[in-house]
Write a protein that binds this ligand. Structure first.
Ligand code: TYD
Ligand code: MG
Length: 466
């Protein structure tokens, strides 16, 4: 029965085809067609946009841009300040948030805490669980010390029933944990398949917009770390958050990678405790490991995530490799590592051709900014020579293919944070050197000896002379 209602849409270009094809007839992408419901579900709830010529919003009056009042959206703080920071202030009425992360990292815990906090200040909150039973959710709430929580729980995986509940209960916020478990009757594909995930997310998004309920979709990530399901899921929602961190350490980061209502690249930092996730308001020093003595292959980087500088230890291990030496990185881009090794060789004469090179950002933090280059290269050179960088040493700066060291954005803030934490020696791009005339800054940087460098070979020279 479902068969004759379905057609196929391309994940890449959105083009449609009446039957499944290996190659999209519109954009030529391979294996990108997935099943979609061709007609809106017959059992449409009142929530769904009624006008719906192929799901389009009802035509409204034409308006001139200058005459439209520019109002910012209202945000409701969740009460968890680190979560609000990544959301851009709080949840937005009718806003849809997708939150992804490895299993066991704390998605359900965080969202239950947020729902409870919102419910306590008078917002109706609904937790739809498809992965756990109501009893399991209750067990978690007890563990979190939320014994008297009034959050409503619905253990359901069928989309139509979830939509009907949203329609009748009209919560201010609803969490769907997880979108991969939800399935619609209208499609014949299995729950968790690309077609199901995409269709269910689309219906839930429409329901959010029509009713004003803020919806949070929990998404699973694939082994490669991307959200499982079609890329369109990320386009469909207003905000995409990723949970990251090493499940063996207690710290967790939440990063906004898309936010229609706030800044991206802001991060929230939490610590997983016996009683749930607690915000870490001053996270600058949590990604440093404690060495009693400086060790070879370790260099501290000041990275800037969102609005806060953080110090992260970069570790490198260079060891004799086989015929095809390995280059592995954890928390850093592997292609960039290969590039930095080539620059090290060509411009500074540091050769790792026959060596295995491993680099790691401590604490499971992922660093994407190029300002990490200098610290990565100094850590590699330090490991290769078996010589530790001095106590209280740090570096940051981007390194280009010509061997030049380029400035990092907001270098002074980075230096101030390092000085505050008692760091003593900094190797930084020349353009990041603070101006002498700024007396207040000079006082803030007291105790930190700064070596400005213009090229990678200069940086290695400075390190050798220390
Ligand atoms: P969970 O929120 O279930 O993760 P996800 O939904 O992302 O799969 O978190 C599970 C982990 O968190 C589990 O290993 C137990 C741990 N945990 C704590 O350490 N303290 C707590 O208070 C809670 C509720 C969980
Ligand atoms: Mg979970």
């Amino acid at each position: 029965m479902a068969k004759d209602k379905t057609s196929y849409a391309c994940n890449e270009c959105g083009g449609t085809s009446p039957r499944w094809l290996g190659k999209c007839p519109h954009c030529g992408a391979w294996n990108s067609l997935v099943e979609v419901a061709a007609t809106p579900a017959a059992s449409a709830s009142k929530n769904r946009l009624s006008a719906g010529v192929q799901g389009l919003a009802p035509a409204s009056e034409l308006a001139v841009l200058a005459n439209i009042e520019a109002s910012d959206v209202d945000r409701t703080p969740t009460g968890l300040s680190e979560l609000d920071r990544v959301l851009g202030g709080g949840v937005v009425e009718g806003g849809v948030v997708l939150i992804g992360g490895d299993p066991g990292i704390g998605k359900s815990t965080l969202l239950l805490q947020a729902l409870d906090a919102l419910q306590r200040v008078g917002f109706a909150a609904l937790y739809v669980t498809g992965e756990e039973s109501g009893a399991q959710v209750a067990l978690r709430s007890r563990r979190l010390g939320l014994d008297d929580s009034q959050v409503q729980v619905l253990a359901e995986i069928q989309l139509e029933k979830i939509l009907a509940t949203l329609d009748s209960a009209r919560p201010a916020i609803a969490v769907i944990d997880s979108i991969q478990t939800v399935y619609s009757d209208q499609l014949s594909s299995a729950p968790g398949s690309v077609a199901q995930v995409r269709e269910c997310a689309a219906h839930l998004t429409r329901a959010a917009k029509a009713s004003g309920t803020a919806i949070v979709l929990v998404g699973h990530v694939t082994k490669e770390g991307a959200l499982a399901g079609p890329r369109v899921l990320e386009h469909m929602v207003d905000t995409v958050l990723y949970f990251e961190g090493d499940t063996h350490s207690s710290y967790r980061l939440i990063r906004a990678i898309k936010n229609r209502f706030g800044a991206v690249n802001e991060i929230g930092v939490f610590a997983m405790t016996e009683r749930g996730l607690k915000g870490v308001t001053n996270p600058s020093a949590i990604f440093l490991s404690q060495h009693s003595q400086p060790v070879p292959g370790s260099c501290v980087l000041v990275t800037l995530e969102g609005t806060r500088p953080m110090l992260v230890e970069i570790q490198a291990l260079v060891d004799t490799g086989g015929p095809s030496p390995r280059r592995l990185s954890v928390g850093l881009d592997r292609d960039r590592l290969a590039m930095l090794l080539a620059v090290l060789h060509r411009h500074a004469g540091v050769a790792c051709m026959d060596q295995d090179v491993f680099v790691n950002a401590v604490g499971g933090v992922r660093i994407s900014e190029p300002a990490a280059d200098l610290a990565v290269m100094l850590a590699i050179a330090s490991s290769l020579r078996g010589k530790a960088l001095p106590q209280g040493f740090l570096a940051f700066g981007e390194v280009g293919l010509a061997g030049e060291v380029r400035p990092a954005p907001r270098g002074q803030e980075r230096l101030k944070e390092a000085a505050k934490l008692g760091f003593a020696v900094a190797v930084v791009p020349k353009a990041n050197l603070p101006k002498k005339s700024d007396a207040g800054l000079a006082r803030a940087l007291e105790g930190l000896k700064i070596y400005p460098v213009e090229r990678i070979e200069d940086a290695l020279e400075v390190v050798r002379s220390l």
